[in-house]
Design a protein around this ligand. Structure first.
Ligand code: URA
Length: 323
């Protein structure tokens, strides 16, 4: 293998390690003396491109509030003598490039300001408005701008449009119950939708309280805004609520069962797909109570995976729900 090939292979392995650590929420990686020696021995071209030592890795803003209940505060710090900090790879090119700022400046105020800018941009979204199939009112996100868990629904309904907040109607109440079972106040997570406007039925004139799921073109037009939100919030895990949200987020089709049983990522962040809260409500309204229990059990299995992902403590009682 030629020298440049060896460098490319080494670089790619390093990037893989950094990505994996980022997904796991690590702030630093430990370099053995041998790895450090090998990096030092790399030719000058590589060293020039290599990240500067001493900066924090990308996974979490240095000034972010530590919320013990999400497990963030419980992360074991790597002792400085055992680790070398490695800077992040840069953000993927996107429609709303998030300004590159030093990690320590990515605090809560910064995140709020960025989200506000995305909100303003979404109000004008020519691609969304140009479709003519969405109502005018923007329903943006709610919650913690530095949340470890982001919940993504499909699009606002009538209740959300009235309140201009996501998940405030019956599905939102169901989502609140799920969050409560996880021991999470709503303010601790970030809740958003793929599409930020309520979809129209026909021309919307006779729609009343009816809602419809967003279509593929509506989700495609909205995705850059969601991507920007995720880049700002940088959660450790994303939960896609329902098949439609999963299709919009992951840009591929599939059944809910297939989505649930596979591993997914969005911008390097793990995505767990689960049933939409409306599905739970529909199951509860059916005559057969065992179907509702079964649906709840599946959602709870998914939420346990989410909790494990972010290091949220799971009590024996929570582990045994629905058993
Ligand atoms: N369903 C969704 O997918 N999103 C909402 O905000 C409300 C209901």
């Amino acid at each position: 293998m030629g020298g440049s090939n060896a460098i490319a292979t080494g670089l790619s392995a390093l990037v893989d390690i950094l990505r994996r650590e980022k997904r796991r929420g690590g702030d630093t990686i430990a370099l053995s003396a041998e790895s450090e020696r090998l990096l030092q021995a790399m030719p000058g071209a590589f060293l020039k491109a290599a990240p500067k030592a001493g900066r924090r890795a990308e996974s979490r803003p240095a000034g972010a509030p530590e919320t013990a209940s999400t497990g963030r505060g419980a992360k074991a710090a790597i002792p400085p003598t055992a680790a070398r900090s490695v800077a992040p790879t840069s953000a993927a090119g996107q429609k709303f490039p998030i300004p590159a700022v030093p990690e320590e400046e990515r605090d809560e105020a910064w995140a709020r300001a960025q989200l506000n800018a995305i909100f303003k941009a979404v109000k004008h979204c020519p691609e969304c408005r140009g479709l003519g199939s969405l109502f005018e009112t923007v329903v943006f996100a709610a919650g913690n701008p530095q949340a470890e868990i982001v919940f993504v629904g499909e699009a606002p309904g009538r209740e959300e449009e009235k309140a201009r907040r996501p998940f405030v109607g019956p599905a939102g109440k169901k989502l609140d119950q799920v969050l409560k079972a996880m021991g999470l106040p709503r303010e601790q997570v970030y809740i958003t939708n793929v599409v930020k406007y309520r979809p129209k039925k026909g021309d919307g004139r006779f729609q009343g309280a009816g809602n419809r799921p967003p279509q593929q073109d509506e989700m495609a037009a909205s995705l850059p805004y969601l991507r920007a939100e995720i880049e700002v919030v940088r959660p450790r895990v994303i939960v896609a609520l329902g098949r439609t949200a999963a299709e919009g987020l992951l840009e591929k089709g599939g059944s809910l069962a297939r989505f649930r049983n596979a591993e997914h990522e969005f911008e390097g962040i793990p995505v767990i797909v689960t049933y939409h809260p409306s599905y739970l409500l529909r199951q509860e309204s059916e005559a057969d109570p065992s179907a509702a229990l079964h649906a709840k059990r599946l959602v709870w299995e998914d939420m346990l995976r989410v909790m494990d992902r972010v290091g949220l403590p799971v009590t024996a009682k929570q582990r045994a729900y629905f058993l």
